[in-house]
Design a protein around this ligand. Structure first.
Ligand SMILES: [Zn+2]
Ligand SMILES: [Zn+2]
Length: 259
C-alpha cells in the first residue's frame, strides 16, 4: 500500500505526507511542528512523527519549510534538500542532519526523481515518487509548465498539482498590480485553467487521482478549483479520476494505491 496525504495546502502553509509499509516521508512542512504532529495523528494511518524517515524541501519559501528545522532536530529526521536551497535557509537548519539531493535519491524503498520548475526561488523542484510500479508527480509551486515538466508528469498514477488562482478573482482583487503580475508570471503560480492545460498535455493513461494544491483563499476557492478540473475531466470522459481540493484547515487522504 502506498498512501498519499495532504496535511495542509494554501498560502499559509503546505505539506504532503507519503507512506508505504517501510517508509514515511514529509514533503515540505509549512505548519508548526505541533500542528504537523496533530494532523498526522488525525489521519489514523498509524503515522507517528517519530517514524518519519525524511523531510524533503522543494524550495525555500517559508510556506514550505517553516518547521523543517524544529521537527528535524526534535525527532532526528534528516532533511533532503538541494544545495542552493539550503544556502538560503541555512540558519533555520542548524544542527540538523542534511542530505543534499541531486536528480535521483531514495528514502528507504521509495524512489525520488527531482526536476527543475520555474518559480521565484533559487532552485525549486518538482518531484516524481516511485514505489513498485506506481508513480506520483508533484508540482506545488510552478509558474509555467515547461516541456520538461510535461514529460516528467506523463504516465503518472497520481498528480499533486497547483491550482492557485482564478483569473477573474485575481484581477478583481485589491492587491497591487505588481503582486498580481508576479502571481501570473512564469515564476509565480498556476491558475485553475493553467492546471487544466497542464493535465491536458500529459499522458493520462494511468491517471487515477489529482490533488489540487496551493489553492489561494484570496483569489480562488475550493469549489471553483474543483469544478474547473471536474468539467475538463468530464469532457475527456475521465470522470473516474478522483479529484480532491486540498485544504488549508484539515488533512486529507488523497489516495491509497495498491501495489
Ligand atoms: Zn513558493
Ligand atoms: Zn508556496
Amino acid at each position: 500500500m502506498f498512501s498519499i496525504c495532504s496535511l495542509t495546502s494554501g498560502s499559509a502553509g503546505n505539506s504532503l505526507y507519503i507512506k508505504n509499509t517501510k517508509a514515511s516521508v514529509l514533503i515540505d512542512c509549512g505548519l508548526s511542528g505541533i500542528e504537523i504532529e496533530r494532523r498526522l495523528n488525525a489521519l489514523s494511518l498509524n503515522c507517528a512523527i517519530e517514524k518519519i524517515n525524511g523531510i524533503i524541501i522543494t524550495h525555500e519559501h517559508s510556506d514550505h519549510c517553516s518547521s523543517a528545522g524544529i521537527l528535524a532536530r526534535r525527532y532526528s529526521i534528516p532533511v533532503y534538500i538541494r544545495e542552493q536551497t539550503l544556502s538560503k535557509i541555512f540558519d533555520k537548519l542548524t544542527n540538523c542532519e542534511i542530505k543534499i539531493i541531486e536528480k535521483y535519491f531514495n528514502i528507504e524503498n521509495l524512489e525520488f526523481e527531482t526536476f527543475s520548475v520555474t518559480h521565484d526561488a533559487v532552485d525549486p523542484i518538482g518531484l516524481i515518487v516511485k514505489f513498485c510500479e506506481k508513480k506520483i508527480g508533484i508540482v506545488t509551486d510552478i509558474g509555467f509548465a515547461t516541456q520538461l515538466v510535461i514529460d516528467k508528469l506523463s504516465g503518472v498514477d497520481g498528480l499533486i498539482i497547483e491550482s492557485n488562482y482564478d483569473d477573474k478573482l485575481l484581477m478583481q482583487s485589491d492587491r497591487p498590480l505588481n503582486v498580481k503580475q508576479r502571481i501570473k508570471s512564469r515564476f509565480g503560480h498556476l491558475s485553475n485553467n493553467d492546471a487544466v492545460k497542464l493535465v491536458d498535455c500529459i499522458d493520462k493513461t494511468n491517471l487515477k487521482f489529482i490533488g489540487l494544491f496551493h489553492i489561494s483563499s484570496e483569489h480562488n476557492n475550493y469549489e471553483l478549483a474543483y469544478n474547473t478540473m471536474k468539467k475538463y475531466l468530464e469532457e475527456k470522459k475521465m470522470e473516474y479520476v478522483q479529484i480532491t481540493a486540498c485544504r488549508q484547515d484539515i488533512p486529507l487522504l488523497l489516495a491509497n494505491l495498491e501495489n
